[in-house]
Ligand binder design. Structure first.
Ligand code: KMH
Ligand code: ZN
Length: 271
């Protein structure tokens, strides 16, 4: 089976230091955590920036600082978020794409997100996809609901998204698709042949969804953006601890872990 790509989702936009005291917030903290995750087996770093007060920001210059600091300390694929926080405008959300990263996230639909709404209209998706296409940034298509896959295929039809597509199934967000084995299989079976996929199980779903993905030939995303616990009632000590566990389980199951360059090959990225 293809080697396993592990994405570390280091910070997110919603988690706070109250939820997770080890949450990396500053560019230096994010870069140090990125390095530790790389050493533990991560080959993609999904990054959200925070401002000096620790609040979510999509400021291009903060992302630039994080990108440069990460690149100085490890070779993993830098994947900034264009999801940001639910209250960011589309223009704010697009700022990190101006840095021409190798990848960026792109959510192909609107859904409830806890008590809020994560808004991604058709015209926003088209705008985001066009900008990534123009700058040769490979999107990771974030799938919170089954219909988002249909929306992504519309982007392909319009020439705004190139195949093969890399999908991330985000399962277990309150208000969106649950994280059951049946849901994961339904998602996997709904994407076009030749696509690659990863799964981000939210909260307690992170570990079981990851293990399923290892078995099914998908890839895995772990980290504080999605889950702050190591096990029930016990906080993880770092993002790297979560990466280490998945790398260990995958190797135990006979599936080796991809290096950043091997991940680039699997995803068709040219460095
Ligand atoms: N913070 C969520 C509203 C992404 O990074 O692209 C959106 C999100 C998705 O995290
Ligand atoms: Zn994110």
């Amino acid at each position: 089976m293809e080697k396993l790509i592990i994405t570390a989702a280091l910070t997110g936009a919603e988690v706070t230091r109250e939820n997770q005291p080890a949450l990396p917030l500053t560019p230096d903290e994010i870069a140090a955590e990125a390095k530790a995750c790389c050493e533990a087996g991560a080959s993609i770093l999904h990054v959200h920036a925070r401002d000096e007060e620790g609040n979510p920001t999509q400021d291009r210059e903060v992302y630039r600082e994080i990108k440069e600091k990460i690149e100085a300390s490890c070779d993993a694929i830098f994947q900034p978020s264009t999801g940001g926080a639910v209250w960011h405008s589309p223009e704010e959300r697009l700022q990190p794409v101006e840095l021409n990263p190798e990848m960026a996230s792109l959510t192909s639909g609107t859904c409830n997100f806890g008590s809020e709404v994560f808004m991604n209209t058709e015209s926003m998706m088209e705008q985001f996809a066009a900008m990534m296409l123009e700058r040769n940034v490979k999107p990771e298509i974030e799938i919170f609901e089954r219909g988002f896959i249909v929306n992504a295929m519309k982007l392909v039809k319009k020439g705004l998204l190139k195949e093969p597509i890399h999908f991330d199934f985000v399962l277990g967000v309150p208000g969106a698709c649950p994280a059951t084995p049946e849901d994961l299989l339904a998602m996997k079976n709904a994407i076009p042949e030749g696509s690659t996929w990863t799964v981000a199980g939210i909260g307690r779903h992170e570990l079981p969804m990851s293990v399923m993905a290892i078995l099914l030939g998908g890839h895995v995303r772990v980290g504080f953006e999605d889950n702050v616990f190591y096990r029930k009632g016990e906080l993880a000590t770092s993002n790297a601890q979560l990466v280490e566990r998945i790398a260990r389980i995958s190797r135990e199951m006979g599936r080796e872990v991809a290096t950043p360059d091997e991940a680039r090959m699997i995803l068709g990225l040219k460095k």
